[in-house]
Every structure is written in C-alpha cells, then in structure tokens.
Design a binder for this molecule. Structure first.
Ligand code: FES
Ligand SMILES: [Fe+2]
Length: 381
C-alpha cells in the first residue's frame, strides 16, 4: 500500500527516554544540569533527589556546601537521605555508617575492623543563580556555564515547577513561538499584544545553540536556545533562563530563574509581585490538575482564564495533549516548526557522536545574552 504523502518516515532518534544507559540520558548527563533549588536545601539536611530516572541523595553540609551522593548505604542498602548530616559527612540512619564528603566510609560503629576501601559514589556539585547543579556524566566535569547576564546586582526569583509529561515536549515548546497565538490566546501575552499576528520566525546556529527571532509588525523579539536543554528570553520585564530537567520519562522540572534589574524600589516591587503571584499559585488548584480536567473534557480553557498559573494550565493542556511522551514519528511538520527541527538536528549530531564514541561538539555558552522583548517601546514599561 502506498504511504500517505504527508506522513513522515521515522526520522528521529529517542530523545525522550533518559534513564541510565539510554543515549539521550548519556547525552544530557554529559552537561551540568540543575537538579535542586538552593533555597529548598537547608544547611545540615539531606533529601531524596530523583532526576533522569535515577535516585540520589542530596545534602547540604554544615559548611553550607551542597553535595550529591549515591542513594543507598553500602551496608544493607537503606536510603541515605534519612540519615544525619555531620559536618561535611552523612551518617546512615540504620547502623550508623558514616561517609565523608568524598564518599569514603570512615566509620562503622558496630564493626571491629576499620572500613578500608568502602566508597559510595559522589557527583560534582556547584551552585549558581539559586540552583544546585550536578554533573552526572562520565569523566571529568566540564566548566559550569555561568552567565554574567544573570550575575549582576539584580533580583532573582527561582522556581522549579514539576510537569507531569516528558521534558522534551516542554523543551520544544520553548522554541514554538506560534503557539502564543493559539494556546495563549487569552493571557498576559495577549494583553501585551504578543499574539495580534502570527510572527515571522528565523533562527541561526551559534556556538551555544540557536539565536532566534520572531517578528511582529516589524518589531523583533530575540531570544535563545542554549544546548542542550535551556531557553532564555525576556518575559514580563525580567530575563528568564529555564532548563527542562527530566525527573523520569513521564515528568520533569522546569528550573526557572527570573532576573530583574532596576532601582532598589523597582526590584523590591518586582520581588513582592513575584512572591504574591507565587502564593496565589500555591493556593490555587494545581495547574496540572486543571489541565487534566480539561483533557478529560470536563472544562475548557475558557472556563479557567482567571487561574493564577494560566500559562502553565494552557501549556499543560497542549503538551500533555500530545501524550505523556509525544510521538514524533508521525508528525506532519511545517515551515513554522523549523526552529524545533534545527534543535533536534543539533541533538541528533551530538547523540550520534556519543553513540559512536566520538567527542561531541563542545558548546560554549556566552557570558552575556542579547535579547529584545518584541514589544513596542510603549508596551515594555
Ligand atoms: S544500612 Fe546503612 S549502616 Fe546499615
Ligand atoms: Fe506556552
């Protein structure tokens, strides 16, 4: 039987599964990844950490340094995050084995013999912009990319909403400016005039990923895709940098840093506004639940336009509507999807290198990102 002409052949590799041993998982692990909110990790506390389908223990030593180590104790395998932090070390709850900051077992209180060579895995961990980053890959960790654009004396507001669908759909959504006109047709974007017309899209490859533009009535909005899983844009007066980090194949965190520069009073007002909005979102029915009710046909998006997290509800409907894991093999892509296709191709080249044991391309994030809002001057105030 002849193939339907618009159906694409199976072109794409598996971007979606990122557990241990998967190709996309090995690829993402070859970069520093944000894994936790700095503010959620108190000094002297240990917590469970799940990313890329793997379980870890994260703790902040009494020296203030965040550390990521193995999930389980070597002795009889209980989880380490229920243990106690002692200085820079962690002690297992069950029989008191103690592991130092390097992961070496340094005490076994009920044993006569010294621990010898007993070692749990530890992972390079750093903090920047209110996030804990971890390197879960093989070999030596590369340099952590740090942007001057977010390192001035501006105000930071950092969140990590969990989304109950595959990270790659959310990553692609960040390269899909046309959806503003439809998914967000009633929204803060609409109030800014961002979806009065369908934008003209363009992008160019850079040493960090893609520089993207969308043009509406001659006004250019410029933002960036940073390899492999981050986007940056100016959003509602702040610079936003967001990473999509898989928790497992069915859910992910959007680690979101918003950075605002202004006078002391403007910064105070902006921060108060973010906190107020965050509190409203915390009190409301979670965006994922509202999206699920819409997907079940019980509500429509027009019924929930007053939800404080409306953008997340709207994206949640569209993206979970693609499936918890979207099927990319049967899509019918158009020219308006070309930024997504460019991004996938960059991934394909890197993943092929990893699969063949060749060095992948070394991406270089810039110190500064140049961006424009895409709003006419009067609307940016
Ligand atoms: S299981 Fe950790 S000390 Fe026994
Ligand atoms: Fe969106």
């Amino acid at each position: 039987m002849a193939m339907t002409p618009h159906v694409q052949p199976a072109l794409w590799p598996d971007f979606e599964h990122t557990g241990p041993g998967t190709l996309a998982g090995r690829y993402l692990r070859s970069f520093w990844q944000p894994v936790y909110l700095s503010a959620s990790l108190a000094r002297g506390r240990a917590k469970p950490l799940k990313v890329f389908g793997e379980q870890f223990t994260i703790y902040r030593g009494e020296d203030g340094v965040a550390r990521v180590v193995a999930d389980r104790c070597l002795h009889r395998g209980t989880v380490l995050w229920t243990g106690t932090v002692e200085g820079t070390a962690i002690r297992c709850l069950y029989h008191g084995w103690k592991y130092n900051a390097g992961g070496q077992c340094v005490e076994r209180p009920a044993e006569r013999a010294t621990p010898g060579h007993l070692q749990i895995r530890t992972y390079p961990t750093r903090e920047w912009a209110g996030l804990v980053f971890c390197y879960l890959g093989e070999g030596e960790a590369p340099e952590l990319p740090v942007l001057d654009t977010l390192s001035g004396d501006g105000e930071l507001f950092v969140t990590a909403p969990m989304r109950p669908f595959n990270y790659f759909s959310q990553l692609e959504n960040g390269l899909d400016e046309v959806h503003f006109n439809f998914v967000h047709r009633i929204s803060r974007f609409a109030a800014q005039g961002m979806n009065a017309e369908i934008p003209q899209l363009a992008c160019e490859e850079t040493e960090y990923g893609l520089s993207r533009t969308s043009t509406r009535s001659g006004v250019v909005r410029r933002n960036h895709f940073l390899m492999p899983n981050a986007n940056s844009a100016i959003l509602f007066g702040a610079i936003r940098l967001v990473w999509r980090t898989p928790i497992d194949d069915h859910s992910h965190y959007s680690f979101t840093v918003d950075y605002f520069e202004g006078t002391a009073e403007q910064k105070r007002q902006w921060k108060a506004e973010q906190e107020k909005q965050f509190a409203l979102i915390a009190e409301a029915q979670p965006a994922a639940q509202v999206a699920a009710a819409i997907l079940r046909g019980e509500l429509t998006l027009d019924d929930v336009v007053d939800h404080p997290d409306l953008l997340s509800v709207q994206d949640g409907v569209a993206l979970k509507g693609q499936g918890v894991i979207a099927n990319r093999q049967t899509e019918v892509l158009g020219q308006s999807d070309h930024q997504i296709v460019r991004m996938r191709r960059l991934w394909v080249e890197d993943m092929a290198a990893i699969a063949e044991g060749r060095p992948r391309r070394q991406w270089k994030w810039p110190r500064r990102l140049e961006m424009t809002t895409g709003l006419k001057q009067a609307e940016t105030a």
